[in-house]
Structures are given as structure tokens and as C-alpha cells.
Design a binder for this molecule. Sequence first.
Ligand code: BDR
Ligand code: CA
Length: 311
Amino acid sequence: MKRILLDCDTGIDDALAIIYGIRHGAQFAGIGSVHGNVPAPLAAANTLRVLDVLGAAEIPVRVGAARPIAQPLCTAEHVHGADGLGNTNLPPPKRSPYPGSAAEQIVSLAHRFPGELTLVAIGPLTNVALALLLDPELPALIPDVIVMGGVVQPPGNVTPLAEANIWHDPEAAALVIEAAWSVTFVTLDVTMRTLLREDQLAAIANAATPHGRFAWSVLQFYLDAYERRLATRTCPLHDPLALALALDPSLATYRSLPTRIELRGETSRGMAVCDLRGPQADRDSSWHDVRYVAELDIETFHHRFLDALLS
Ligand code: BDR
Ligand code: CA
């Protein structure tokens, strides 16, 4: 099984991704928290709460960047609740985060497991960018970076053109795609294909496992938030999909597209712009190849997601 280094802003769908990973046997080398859905210290506490539910006491969790590189902190409590876990107001976690930062953890684990880690980033990319600044040799040590972020076919979810994880720290995203490693964006238009059906929600409602019951309780706030947006009671599985693809890339097919992060546009800042003109188009070296999901086996993914919660 692959060694996963996770970076997240836990967050309801981040929590579901952690459950997916643990229940499908992922070996988490470490988990870092980042600002995004909630402030980074709360995201770390929430990660530890989820690990408590799962009885996974041994995974190192470290707190990461408190704010983006070049813009003020902005959080998303309207989607995830004031506590980041759907206002379920859980007790404090049983343990504290380890000392040291999430960016330092990325560097130290990359050196401990050279060539073995898949870095999965399901929050803003600040920690990953800081790790690249700490150690420019990082791309030689980490073969694959999977990001939940960006959107090929708008709309975005924070602006008409931008998806939250890229929009929360566009400068960081630009550094990450410029680096000489393989980056995959699991984009919003793809994750929006994973909306849970009524029968699947009913199955989760009847879950008998502690992690299934936890998932159902945190999902209520998330379902409310998406119901306001979509006018139907469902929700997408953004972060669980990114983790599922990191564990089993064969759930999808992929295509590579030259990409730039928009850093200046008045209405487009934070957009991951991908060039759909094809290989013959004139382009300068400021564009970087990013891999995108093309086809997705949603049925198998949904099946595995439910399996993670129900067994
Ligand atoms: C992404 O933004 C966050 O709100 C979610 O946790 C997910 O990582 C979706 O755009
Ligand atoms: Ca997230």
C-alpha cells in the first residue's frame, strides 16, 4: 500500500477523506494542517478528532501555515460550521499535534522515504509551497502530488472562475505547479460529479460503525450548505475523491494540460487557467503541465466510499 503524506484543512469533506484513507488501508506517513476551511490549529485539532474516532493514534499530525503567502486569511465556516465539523461541538482530541510545522514535516518525511511518498493536498497549497522554499530538492524526492483544486469547466465555487483551494493561496499554487514534480489536479468540475444519491445518504444514515455515525453527524451541516446552493439534498465528495485517486489512480483516465495560476486578474485571481488549445498552440515557458482527470469511474468510487463508512 502507498505511503500518503496528507495536507488538509479539516473541514467536513477532509474528515471524510481521512476516513476513506484509513478504512482503505492507506499508510499515512504524516498529516499537516493548513488554513482554509478553518484556521490551521483548528484544522489540526479536527484531524486528531477524526483519528480518535478511527482509533488511529500513531499518525503524526503537525500544524501548518496560519495564512496565505500574499493575501489575508479567509475561512469557510458557512460550509463547514464554526468548529469545522458541522457544529457537532466534539470534545477536544485525546492528543496534541507534534511540535514542528507541517512544511518541515513534508521536508523531513520526503527525506525519510525518498521516492515513496504520494503527497495529497486537499486544502490550500501554502504548506507545500513553503516546503519547496525550505528544500528546492523536494521534487526529486516526491514523485507524485495530487491536489484537490482548480476547475477546468467553470463555474468555480468561490468566484465564477476560481475553486476554493487554489483561490485561498494562488501564489502557493503557482509555486507548486512550477516545481519539477508530477502534479495532478482533481478539479471541482470532476468532484461535482460525485454527488451522493438519496439511497446512498440513507445507507450512511443507517451506518452502525463509529466512523459511519460520525460521518453522518458531520454531514448534516454540509448537506444544509449544499442544499442552499443546489436546491436538492446532496453533497459532493471533493476531498475523498482526491484521496481515492491517490490510492488507486486506475479509477480515472487523465490528460495533461498546460496550466498557469492567475495572480492578477480583477475577477479571475485564483483561477487555475488551463490551455485547451492543443499541443500546437504557441505558448511560453510560464505554462506548466498539470495532469487532469478525464474519465472517472464514479460507481466504483461511490461503492468504495460507502464501504469505508459502513464497514
Ligand atoms: C475544496 O474546498 C474546501 O472547502 C473543501 O474541503 C475542498 O478541499 C473544494 O473546493
Ligand atoms: Ca479541504
